[in-house]
Ligand binder design. Structure first.
Ligand code: C2E
Ligand code: MG
Ligand code: MG
Length: 569
């Protein structure tokens, strides 16, 4: 056995010195006045300054004149605690010479040597631990897809504002309309890409007084605004709505997103977080149930909707069975002669207790509850029967039926339409199908196939509400339409507004260039009719010629129409 030789003080000193130089932790020695006396290699590497530069400089330091108020107070704290206890430790974010922020654990110890006071400091880089912690915190507090604060953060921030500042605020809930349909048609990954773009656009709006913008999940977003003036909040809400008017491009396809927005306001709508959220939610649901694409501020009347949504669904199903949906007919006329060229069939619901209901009262619910095809069938049978009756009276006008994209995707749609022409003695060109621009939004492959097949069958196709969506022109090129129906919103201002009349003129020219016919919707005055005629528009419909009426009155109109056998085709 070899003999044990105790270490000599000078060797021990040498070894500890070596060890100190190899340590991963940064070590430094300060004098009684907290000035640097020595630093190890790890410290030099971490901070970016070498020992000769540091020596004699005060803790905190190398650029003391740039210390912030907060840093000065921390240094004072360190100094006081070292005087009192001889020990201090804390976690700091240190900015090094190269501008990098290091998250560190720093400890200081008072040590006496030769009756002189020294302070030894140790710095451990805990950046990776802090990063891990930050990542976990981020995961817990943010939506993974968009990186926005999640529901928890939204609730807590809103609560803080309500509890602490009593600041007037508005709570805004935003949902994307037809989100489920988007997922079914585009797939979750594509919808996720849309959502990211949607969020980027909202961020790009740089909304004023926005305190928190949160992704509550799926298509659900929350915004908290400081309320200083109602005008400002309305302006910001307008920006949100306008933002959706530009298409979102996905794999070179244009997609239109519409949003529904519900708003509640503190203090008017309550002072509890839960009731304010509840009311914003109620306003949001109200906006959605009434067709979406709208902003609703909460008011107490929303609490008593005319028909509860579940009851409405039951009633709609009963209405299908009991055949309560009836076709009303609005005449379409040749503008120069006033002769009826056809009719547009518009659904009315003969409700057992509430009277005759308009489409605005139930069409959205029909789509929502997937009853579109049932409604279409019921309307189509009535129209086919009516066409046969008129045919027997020698009236050969066509009838337009309105459709929604949801109907086209029904597997039996095409067969049903083509069977109509064998079941009833009517010609395919007597049936026109109107498709709204908004229902083409998704550009679902089956819609295009169905339209091409219907056209091949001889059915005439009309693009309804033309000009209300941004993709109008591309729809015209992409789908085989025969007619363009210029939306009422353009016709309304055509007499007084030169821009509107210039737009209508351009649409009419475009229709000619594309070999299509144009029909003006919503003509209410003689001046509108005259101006349209001057511009070269041949066909129109509107209250000035006749409101939608039941079949019997439509027949009377036909009888009085001077040239009853004229048809567009
Ligand atoms: P739309 O197809 O654009 O029909 C025109 C709407 O404008 C009709 O409203 C009509 O009554 C109204 N209108 C026509 N001329 C004038 C006018 O001069 N002034 C004013 N102020 N309004 C006029 P209605 O019947 O309430 O229908 C609203 C919408 O409901 C229709 O718009 C259509 O998109 C939809 N719709 C109607 N029937 C059906 C249906 O059977 N199936 C489907 N899927 N949708 C339908
Ligand atoms: Mg229509
Ligand atoms: Mg229309």
């Amino acid at each position: 056995m070899t003999t044990f030789v105790p270490i000599s003080p000078s060797i021990k000193q040498q070894l500890l010195l070596e060890l100190c130089e190899c340590l991963e932790d940064a070590v430094f020695i300060l004098d009684a006045n907290l000035r640097y006396m020595s630093v190890n290699a790890a410290y030099e590497a971490m901070i970016g300054f070498e020992e000769p530069f540091m020596i004699g400089r005060p803790l905190g330091i190398y650029a003391a004149e740039f210390l912030s108020e907060k840093e000065r107070s921390i240094l004072q704290d360190i100094s006081n605690q070292l005087d009192d206890d001889g020990f201090y430790e804390n976690n700091f974010a240190l900015l090094n010479r190269y501008g990098r922020t290091l998250n560190c654990h720093i400890s200081y110890r008072r040590i006496y040597a030769d009756e002189t006071v020294y302070y030894v400091g140790m710095v451990r880089d805990i950046s990776s631990v802090v990063e891990d912690q930050q990542q976990v915190a981020h995961l817990l507090n943010h939506n993974q897809l968009t990186g926005l604060p999640n529901r928890k953060v939204f609730l807590s921030q809103t609560n803080d504002v309500l509890m602490d500042s009593f600041q007037e605020v508005v709570i805004i809930r935003v949902n994307i309309d037809r989100y489920r349909i988007l997922i079914n048609n585009l797939g979750q990954d594509n919808v996720d890409a849309l959502i990211k773009e949607f969020v980027a656009r909202i961020n790009g709006l740089e909304l004023n007084q926005l305190l928190c913008f949160s992704h509550l999940g799926g298509d659900d977003f929350g915004l908290l605004f400081e309320f200083t003036d109602a005008h400002m909040v309305r302006h910001e809400l307008d920006s949100l709505m306008h933002m959706c008017e530009r298409p979102f491009v996905l794999n070179s396809t244009s997609i239109y997103l519409q949003i529904s927005v519900g708003v509640s306001y503190y203090p008017k709508d309550g002072n509890q977080l839960s009731s304010l959220l509840n009311k914003a939610e109620k306003a949001l649901q109200y906006a959605k149930e009434h067709g979406g694409d709208d902003v609703w501020w909460y008011n107490d009347e929303l609490n008593c909707p005319s028909i509860d949504s579940m009851q409405l669904e039951t009633e709609l199903r009963e209405a299908i069975v009991a055949k309560q949906f009836i076709a009303y007919y609005q005449p379409k006329v040749a503008l120069d002669t006033g002769v009826i060229t056809g009719f547009e069939a518009l659904v009315r619901w003969q409700h057992p207790t509430r009277g005759l209901l308009q489409p605005k009262d139930f069409i959205e619910a029909i789509i929502k509850h997937k009853l579109s095809f049932d409604l279409f069938r019921q309307m189509a049978f009535q129209i086919a029967e009516q066409l046969c009756i008129w045919e027997s009276m020698n009236f050969t006008q066509h009838v337009c039926i309105n459709t929604d994209a949801a109907e086209f995707s029904h597997p039996e749609f095409f067969d049903f339409v083509s069977n109509l022409f064998t079941q009833y003695s009517i010609q395919p060109h007597q049936l026109h199908i109107e498709v709204t621009e908004s229902s083409l939004m998704l550009r679902h492959a089956s819609v295009k196939q169905q339209l091409i097949a219907l056209k091949a069958l001889g059915v005439c196709l009309a693009l309804d509400d033309f000009g209300t969506g941004y993709a109008s022109l591309s729809y015209l090129q992409e789908y085989p339409f025969d007619f363009i129906k210029i939306d009422k919103s353009f016709i309304d201002k055509i007499v007084d507004n030169r821009t509107q009349s210039a737009i209508v003129k351009a649409i009419l020219d475009l229709a000619i260039a594309l070999d299509m016919s144009a029909i003006a919707e919503g003509i209410e005055t003689e001046q509108q009719r005259d101006l349209l005629l001057q511009m070269g528009c041949k066909y129109g419909q509107g209250y000035w010629f006749g409101r939608p009426v039941c079949a019997d009155i439509a027949t009377k109109m036909l009888r009085h129409s001077s040239l009853p056998n004229t048809d567009l085709n």
